[in-house]
Design a protein around this ligand. Structure first.
Ligand code: SF4
Ligand code: SF4
Ligand code: SF4
Length: 367
């Protein structure tokens, strides 16, 4: 694909330089020299190529394309430039490694990234699997490690909504995976810039953790505890809801829980589990997810997910001293943490599958 073709396919030529993208981009709010509007303009002037370092700032949140009045698919445009960069030997790895060195410390595992401790854990509190994320947040808040937490609630049925809260009850209400992207980084930036918050915990997807680390690199004064969730892909609610109704005959908005496990998409509703193959809901997958290669949230202080653990447990990977400090709050006999071993190979398999898909999809975009 020629760069002109990439510009055409992603409708960058439609750009009217309104600046909505830059005004709403959470990365631009902190990395003030990063501007999707300016990059689109320079692309139209023939001044952009894959050596442009700023193409690595984007965290694929798709806020810019949601707000663009001209339907410019800026995230896909960036993925196209990244594909070209990879072809020229400029790898995302270099940017990830730099952030790992800045924020993490532990042993390197070739599949999983930096690891201090990896275990399967379970708390008595209800959650998606082992109740670990809810327990980490409530324990950290009660201990005063952070004053606010950014979590994702259900709103309008099963639609994901990112909120900032200081209330433990709100944290408990956020339990359970939504399998949708929610603008957690936008909430975090607001909490810092508008709310004057200094100490924050955030639960976020691997792509958002990447953005958070870029922001922290530019602003080390932002004190964060980041909990990254394992993520293979996520879905557009507006597409998923009618699809679930068609395939499973149920209203996703009324579901008690949704889960993706071992190739199945499962909706728990009114005491029953409705199941279809995850491949059947492919058309609801977020556009950016097919290019993404991070399954285990490699840059988080703690990564949590169900893969690699027995039913009812969550895999917990601590990657930094902050992560270790937070997970330490759940340890000790009276805290009720049960642990067992993790199946490393099961995680490695998903890491490799996701990486393979990302690389193949990027190959198709090479200009
Ligand atoms: S929002 Fe769309 S039209 Fe406006 S500057 Fe950004 S890319 Fe261009
Ligand atoms: S996808 Fe998100 S991070 Fe990337 S330019 Fe758009 S708003 Fe900014
Ligand atoms: S697959 Fe990647 S881009 Fe998609 S939501 Fe998960 S971490 Fe983000």
């Amino acid at each position: 694909m020629e760069i002109e073709e990439l510009i055409r396919e992603t409708k960058v030529y439609n750009c009217v330089e309104c600046g909505e993208c830059t005004a709403n981009c959470p990365v631009s709010w902190f990395e003030t020299d990063y501007s999707p509007r300016a990059i689109a303009k320079r692309a139209l002037e023939g001044l952009i190529d894959a050596r442009e370092e700023k193409i690595w700032s984007c965290m694929s949140c798709e806020i810019c394309s949601d707000r663009c009045p001209s339907a410019v698919d800026y995230p896909k445009f960036i993925w196209g430039l990244r594909a070209e960069a990879l072809k020229s030997g400029i790898a995302e790895e270099a940017y990830v490694n730099e952030l790992e060195q800045l924020f993490l410390n532990g042993e390197r595992d070739g599949d999983i990234g930096i690891v201090r401790e990896m275990t399967a854990g379970k708390m008595s509190i209800a959650g998606q699997d082992g109740g670990i994320v809810t327990s980490l947040l409530t324990a950290g808040m009660e201990k005063g490690l952070f004053e606010s937490a950014i979590v994702v609630h259900r709103a309008d049925g099963f639609k994901a909504k990112a909120i900032t809260t200081e209330d433990v009850e709100d944290i408990i209400k956020a339990k359970g995976s939504k399998y949708q992207f929610a603008p957690t980084v936008e909430r975090m930036v607001e909490a810092v810039l508008e709310g004057g918050k200094k100490k924050i915990a955030i639960v976020a997807l691997p792509c958002s953790i990447y953005g958070i680390r870029r922001i922290q690199k530019a602003h080390p004064e932002v004190e964060l505890y980041s909990i990254g969730l394992f993520c293979f892909e996520n879905f557009y609610y507006e597409v998923l809801k009618p699809l679930v109704s068609e395939l499973l005959g149920v209203d996703l908005g009324l579901a008690d829980k949704i889960d993706v496990k071992k190739g199945k998409f499962v909706v728990d509703i009114e005491g029953e589990s409705k199941v279809c193959a995850v491949g059947e809901i492919d058309k609801a997958v977020r556009a950016s997810c097919v290019f993404c290669t991070d399954f285990t949230a490699r840059l988080a202080d703690i990564s949590v997910g169900s893969v690699g653990s027995p039913d009812g447990f969550s895999t917990v990977i601590t990657r930094s001293t902050k992560g270790e400090e937070l997970f330490g709050l759940l340890k000790g006999e009276e805290k009720g943490l049960e642990t067992t071993s993790v199946d490393h190979d099961e995680i490695a398999k998903l890491v490799s599958l996701k990486r393979k898909r990302g690389v193949e999809e990027l190959e198709k975009l090479k200009i």
